[in-house]
Design a binder for this molecule. Sequence first.
Ligand code: CA
Length: 462
Amino acid sequence: MKQQSTKISRRDFLSYAGATAGAFGLGLSSLSCASSLQTMASPSSKRPNIIYIVVDDLGYHDLGCQGGEDIPTPFIDTIATNGMRFTDGYVTCPVCAPSRAAMMTGMYQQRFGFEFNIRESMNDCGIPLNIPTIADYLKPQGYRTAALGKWHLGLKDKYSPDNRGFDEFYGFRGGCRNYSEINPPVSGDMAAYYQDLYRNDKVITESEYLTDALGREAVNFIEKQEKDPFFLYLAFNAVHLPLQAKKEYEDRFKDKIKNADRAMYAAMLCSLDDAIGRILEAIRDKGIENDTLIFFMGDNGGKKTIANNAPLRGYKSQMLEGGIRVPMMAQWKGVIVAGSEYNKPVISIDMTATALAVAGAKPEIDGVDLIPFITKPNDGDPHEALFWRNGNVWAVRKGDWKAVGRTDSGEITLCNIAEYIREKDISDKYPEKVEEMVELYTEWNKGNVEPMWPRPWYQSVW
Ligand code: CA
């Protein structure tokens, strides 16, 4: 059976969102599918600066450029207007740390056993030291490297960014943290929020709201760069819990958004947008926009009750689209067509492969260099299929088809995302397609290893 296009057209997207193009400043005419892009100049031989902006637990529908209406994000939206938006951009896991382990290495994290979130009580969890990080690959290419914000890829010194290829680190090693120092430390489950803040290997204190501090550190890093290209891994902990915002931002939403938690989330997202605005301005002021490739992405889907993942079904921790499909964009002026859109499935590890390719490094990793697909007309698919595994749950996306399986119950659901984005199970009608997806998964899974540590008690994926 011939499958329909994978594309959610921009018009459908807007129509679903109940928004008009003008409402968030994007003219439909300015948007084009990758297949109709005019060919722009090939990437210059000069190696570009590379910036990752990673946002924590961001809802698919919570940016203006994603169709959101209740939270203004004008600065983040400029990444879409100046670059490309990936409508079908995925991460490799619906929870934080494994998703980041993949971004950091360009490999599916199951290749090296980083299948589950870090267990804070087992402090020997991290990216194995024999698996290079993107920074390890970029250093020999002459890059200056910095990691700012949330690490979540190992608590021990040996796993920390300054020992994993980064010249500079400012941030915390765990999975979440207070945004300010105003609250006293507590014990119990909430203690995870009271993590030490580091500058390289030294514990420091910070007087600013953490999102502002991360913006400040990013601007400082960009401003002080001279001749060498740089790589900035900027992993904001916003908009992850705890819900803490600056009062002036809180005041903007408390009467506008009924759900008090979402109002606080909105305030945090606006702080984040302002911080990103300051970073984009620093890049402009330095005159390096044409020499800088910026990737923006969420680390997993938005959280239930707080975030809006429309039109997707599901939330963080789920293999449903709302757990693994995230806002994803790339900006590189002069190379990537402004205001463009790419609709084929891509995944976070492709960003890593792309960054490494433009930097002149081409290691054997799972991600695919997207430059040939996004800078000139190219009908090919970057991937035959995308894969997920988290304990007893697995998933495959191939073209419009997606299967989700459970190894404990044996249950498998199958859907056609182009026909029914909210993932109606039609496995009964297409047993041969189910079989094909199981075979694809089985083959891919042969390249995986056992998890290095058990799943944390608080984090199931379904
Ligand atoms: Ca997260």
